[in-house]
Design a protein around this ligand. Structure first.
Ligand code: HEM
Length: 494
């Protein structure tokens, strides 16, 4: 019997089918893509990410597919890089190819590809270098910033003290206190903790960090905004982003009016000075690039450190012996008659071990910020196609049982050697990511965390609202990983 006839196929159809299959086979042999799950049409593997704990899903995929795998998320081909070796090989050794950002809908239209966090190539390099140098000139990440941070810490402690040991959720307060520090360096303002407008603005920021999740519609199916209503909160996300942009623009307008050319007060003044020198159309010193940089500093400088302070308090509530040990070190090195100073830090290995463990378990940037492939990238015998999003999976290090024994256990001692000295600093540096895009605010964050957390533990004993029912340690994963809302009782010690 003629088999072609039986299946209803003529010779031409068979030839075309064979050719197509051969082409696909040749292409996949020439450019093998990183392995990964197949996924569904349109949404790809998004449903898999939306069920349960997204970090757990990424961990399972690593076990199945190895250190470099891919997932189709909506229309985005996403490559996930896992483990210390592959992360270093990509983002440090091959930094020329791995240091760009993808096109990003999550950024307001006029700011796309601008500023520090969302730009790429030469534009990014120049903007980042200028920003860092200028911020350093105003004390960013340097000990001269200490006085300013201590003033904020004092005001912050006063509000906690006013609660008189009653159950209190310090989420909003912590966000504003931390934000005040970057705001004062970037545009010379600090805000009262009761300032309704600023409270609203930082709440919008928090909401957008939460909504901007790796497998959410905002990142992967942004065209859904054209549907009526706003089931996926995409329009809300855009509105929030626009309001934050407006806030940046208002700061710039105010500065332009009050600038004294010979006496720049802050980052915005220094930027406008350059703009006047190079012209308003200069690609780096134009207004939208300034607005984007301000928005980046304000966003990255608010949500991250404040989440770390809240994770620290949460772990202290769960681990009373750790709290006692930390306080003991504070009392031995600093005493109780003055606020902690940065000069105390080198003498406080237990604090160092504690904060490294909070960075590891709080895991506030588990999937870092997405990078992007501007061209096809060959990596470990595979091709990462142009246009892919590349995720540095920092969680793969933080939760690696080969690096950390019983990784689910909170144990600062793991970072203390037999001689009491701190170990594991190099591995934990990865909490701020690695390579050329490594966090720009790392030194500032470390200063803030030290001065806030040690002052808190020095002045108060932290107790749970209900010792029978401790607050959840489950994090909310969006762009960052923050603790769920909780209340504590802070009992004044002296
Ligand atoms: C504990 C606190 C913080 C952590 C864990 C953290 C972590 C990170 C991570 C993982 C990235 C992404 C790096 C990459 O793309 O691979 C990043 C980027 C960035 N961070 Fe932080 N961050 C913290 C605090 C801060 C602070 C206080 C600022 C202050 C301004 C800041 C400013 C930035 C900026 C501007 C970028 C973008 C850098 C670029 O794209 O070149 N961060 N941070």
């Amino acid at each position: 019997m003629d088999i072609n006839w039986m299946f209803g196929l003529d010779d031409l159809t068979i030839v075309i089918a064979i050719l197509l299959i051969s082409l696909l086979v040749i292409r996949s042999l020439q450019s093998p893509l990183p392995p990964g799950p197949t996924g569904y049409p349109i949404v790809g593997s998004m449903p898999m990410m939306r069920k349960g704990n997204v970090l757990e899903t990424f961990r399972r995929l690593r076990v199945k597919y190895g250190d470099v795998y891919s997932v189709q998320l909506g229309s985005t081909f996403t490559v996930v890089i896992n483990g210390v070796d592959a992360l270093n090989e990509a983002f440090v050794k091959n930094a020329d190819q791995f240091s760009d950002r993808p096109d990003n809908f999550a950024v307001p239209h006029t700011l796309r590809g601008k500023g520090i966090g969302a730009s790429s190539g030469e534009h990014w390099k120049q903007t980042r270098t200028f920003s860092l140098m200028t911020l350093r000139g105003f004390g960013f990440g340097r000990t001269i910033l200490e006085t300013k941070v201590k003033e904020e810490v004092t005001a912050y402690l006063d509000v906690i003290e006013e609660q008189k040991g009653r159950p209190y959720d310090a989420k909003e307060l912590t966000r504003i206190a931390v934000s005040n520090i970057i705001c004062s360096i970037a545009f010379g303002n600090r805000y009262d903790y009761n300032d309704e407008k600023f409270k609203h603005l930082t709440a919008l920021l928090n909401e957008n960090f939460r909504l901007n999740s790796v497998a959410g519609a905002i990142r992967q199916l942004p065209w859904l905004r054209f549907l009526p209503g706003d089931v996926f909160s995409i329009k809300k996300f855009q509105r929030n982003g626009d309001q934050i942009k407006e806030f940046a623009n208002d700061q710039i307008a105010d500065h332009r009016e009050s600038l004294d050319e010979n006496n720049p007060r802050d980052f915005i003044d220094a930027f406008i000075q350059q703009q006047r020198k190079h012209g308003q159309d200069h690609p780096i010193f134009e207004d939208n690039n300034l607005a984007a940089a301000i928005k980046d500093l304000f966003s990255a400088g608010t949500e991250t450190t404040s989440a770390m302070i809240r994770w620290s308090i949460l772990y202290l509530l769960h681990n009373k012996p750790v709290q006692d040990k930390l306080r003991q070190e504070i009392e031995t090195v600093i005493g109780t008659s003055r606020l902690p100073s940065l000069a105390d830090k080198p003498n406080m290995p237990y604090y160092e071990a504690f904060i490294m463990e909070v960075l590891r378990m709080g895991n506030i940037a588990p999937l870092s910020v997405g990078h992007g492939a501007r061209t096809d990238i060959w990596f470990r015998g595979m091709v990462i196609p142009k246009g892919s999003v590349i995720i540095p999976n920092l969680d793969s290090v933080m939760s690696d049982p080969c690096l950390f024994e019983e990784p689910q256990k909170f144990n600062p001692e793991r970072f203390l050697g037999k001689d009491g000295n701190v170990t594991g600093r190099k591995t934990m540096a990865i909490a701020f990511s690695l390579g050329r895009r490594m966090c720009l605010g790392q030194s500032l964050a470390k200063i803030e965390m030290f001065l806030f957390i040690t002052a808190l533990v020095q002045r108060f004993e932290f107790l749970p609202e209900n010792s029978e029912n401790l607050p959840s340690l489950e994090g909310i994963v969006g762009l960052s990983r923050t603790p769920s809302a909780y209340r504590f009782r802070a009992v004044k010690r002296y």
